[in-house]
Write a protein that binds this ligand. Structure first.
Ligand code: M6R
Length: 610
């Protein structure tokens, strides 16, 4: 949540900071601000309510010059979105931006008030500004002041501080919220995500938990949580430079939906032969670990949770390994029992989701045989803190609504299930070849599914004036219905629910009337006849049905039922395939409703707060 950018350079940095914020806007977008200090210690702060565009216009209209600066795009946690609550927050000569939550901010406020500080905002961040200002009075250096200040903070923070009296440096601290330092030539940068800095550098250093660092134009000095001088690795990034551009598309979400064939090809590259999964590609000791797994515990949030729910069917039906899936925010506060030889798998696009990360840290103390992550962001906290990572290669996902991250997670999980089943001798060569063939066929099938765009756009008209929608599926298509309902509610603000179709008669059937569209995911599988009975239950009660069906499934359209006939695809990969028309449906409904597709209200891309 929230995005941070900072710079120490000789040239004016305002434009670089604002461009960085633009690239991070997907993380939070209710207000934004910038503070820049010039060589004569003049500080200019500009803050605006609303998106980065508002800030950018304001910066253009103001003379903001100087080579040292910090900037922030906010997703409100403490205090409403407003200019007063926007970062940077200032105390005397000190300016601060912060991601995360300071849990003991109330107590610190009291202490700081007694010391005479006056609070301007309702944010937790302002306590950091005053604390650093206070500690600066008795510290030799700014970095020492920050070290003393962060020792008093409980909670999560990624924070960057500048002192107008010393524009030659900024200082940063990381605990619970990622901070990356970007190395330029005679200039250095800071951000909460390397994406913000790809236009100025490709050399990055990730701070570790508890690190505090001082960044000047020429040097970066890092101290660990104990205050010891430490070295951190610098890595060259190969992230796509143009990931922040929409290209020919109207929205990032649309672009990302259409990128799925390529994202899937990338995710499967060098992991499959013609008819096998290359187990070693999952991790160095993967073969040994996968052979021993007796139980899988998946932890995730949101769309990633829905991917986990789908994979549960595969782990049990294909690999014969029991699997539980739990929402991270529940798991982390539950007194759970760890099963013998249980493999913990976290699923995450960002690798920074606070609840998932906390669940991983907790689980590592609870005797799991290993902790792996299926993740899309290299160098993210989940990747660094897990025993091994199986990376999805979806490319940067910017739209808040997750699309290509979901389908690549599913492909990665299916490869993992296959490797596990093979190691456990529950998947034989023929079955493995069938799964791999289905995976190889998927990118082309998805490319063809994208051609339903126009048909689905026309269908979307029926949904735009509705207040509720039901999504139905059975078996592994139930979590696909869950994901479809999450997508619709998230970007169109239409209330949507997913039900296992067999569960309808236990309550939700009471909701059915002509104002409640019911979307059915209907592949031609062994549950088809059962699903058809559920469809009849809806039809008999005057419900309006929209059935996304295998063309051979035998549904017939009439006044109460529209059918989108889809070609037959392998039953194994069909959950991935049927996701595409669902994504297109949500996208087009949101377009008609005129909502902010890429940055829906109240949400943020990476949820790095609890
Ligand atoms: O980065 P993660 O996969 O850990 O994020 C988890 C959820 O916050 C995320 O999937 C969220 O539900 C999406 N906005 C859904 O489209």
């Amino acid at each position: 949540m929230c995005g941070i950018v900072g710079a120490v350079a000789q040239r004016d940095v305002a434009e670089i900071l604002v461009e960085g914020l633009r690239r991070l806007e997907y993380r939070g977008y209710d207000s934004a601000g910038i503070a820049v200090v010039d060589a004569d210690s003049n500080m200019t702060r500009v803050r605006r309510l609303g998106k980065v565009k508002e800030l950018s216009d304001a910066v253009d209209a103001t003379q903001v010059s100087g080579g040292t600066g910090i900037a922030h795009t906010r997703w409100a946690t403490h205090g409403e979105p407003s200019e007063i609550n926007a970062h940077p927050h200032v105390s005397g000569d000190i300016s601060v931006v912060h991601n995360g939550i300071i849990e003991n901010h109330e107590t610190l406020r009291e202490v700081l008030r007694e010391r005479g500080y006056v609070f301007e905002s309702q944010t937790d961040t302002e306590v950091i500004a005053h604390l650093v200002e206070w500690e600066r009075r008795t510290s030799e250096t700014l970095v020492e002041a920050l070290q003393k200040a962060v020792k008093q903070l409980d909670g999560a923070y990624g924070t960057v501080v500048v002192d107008r009296n010393d524009p030659s440096r900024v200082v940063v601290a990381r605990s619970g919220s990622p901070i990356v330092i970007g190395f330029g030539v005679g200039e250095n940068f800071i951000a909460s995500d390397q994406l913000a800095l790809l236009s100025v550098t490709r050399r990055f250093m990730y701070l570790e938990e508890g690190d505090v660092a001082e960044v000047t134009r020429r040097d970066v000095t890092v101290f660990d949580a104990q205050g010891q001088l430490v070295e951190r690795d610098i890595a060259e990034s190969n992230a796509e430079h143009d990931a922040g551009d929409k290209g020919q598309y109207r929205h990032f979400m649309q672009k990302e939906i259409f990128e799925q064939p390529t994202a899937l090809i990338n995710t499967m590259e060098a992991r499959l032969t013609k008819d096998t999964v290359i187990t070693e590609s999952i991790g160095v000791n993967a073969a040994e670990i996968l052979a021993k797994v007796e139980h899988v515990q998946i932890i995730a949030c949101g769309t990633s949770y829905n991917a986990g729910m789908t994979a549960r069917y595969w782990f049990e039906s294909l690999a014969g390994v029991s699997c539980d899936v739990e929402i991270a925010s529940e798991f982390r506060y539950r007194k759970f029992v760890t099963r013998p030889n249980s493999l913990l798998i976290t699923l995450s696009q960002s690798g920074e989701t606070a609840d998932t990360l906390a669940a991983l840290r907790l689980a590592k103390e609870k005797g799991y045989m290993a902790a792996m992550t299926v993740c899309n962001v290299a160098g993210s906290s989940l990747v660094r803190e897990s025993d091994f990572a199986f990376m999805t290669r979806a490319g940067t996902e910017i739209g808040v609504a997750s699309t290509k991250a979901f389908t690549t997670q599913l492909a990665a999980l299916l490869m993992l299930v296959t490797a596990m089943g093979k190691q456990q001798q529950r998947i034989d060569g023929a079955k493995e070849a069938e799964i791999v063939e289905a995976l190889h066929a998927l990118p082309a099938q998805i490319q063809a599914a994208l051609a339903y765009d126009k048909e689905i756009e026309a269908l979307a008209e029926d949904f735009a004036d509705k207040h509720h929608t039901l999504f139905l599926g059975r078996g592994e298509f139930y979590p696909i219905a869950m994901e479809a309902s999450l997508k619709l509610k998230e970007i169109s603000y239409i209330h949507a629910e997913a039900y296992a179709a067999g569960e309808l008669k236990h309550g939700p059937l009471a909701l059915i009337d002509a104002d409640m569209p019911v979307v059915v995911v209907a592949p031609n599988n062994e549950l088809l006849e059962k699903l058809k009975s559920n469809v009849e239950e809806v039809r008999a009660r005057g419900g309006l049905l929209y059935v996304f069906a295998d063309a051979a499934a035998g549904f017939e359209a009439d006044d109460s039922m529209k059918i989108i006939n889809l070609p037959h695809v392998s039953e194994i990969t069909a959950p991935i395939y049927y996701t595409i028309p669902m994504q297109l449906l949500s996208y087009h409904v949101a377009l008609i409703k005129g909502t902010d597709v890429d940055q829906p209200r109240n949400l943020a891309k990476a949820v790095t707060v609890e």
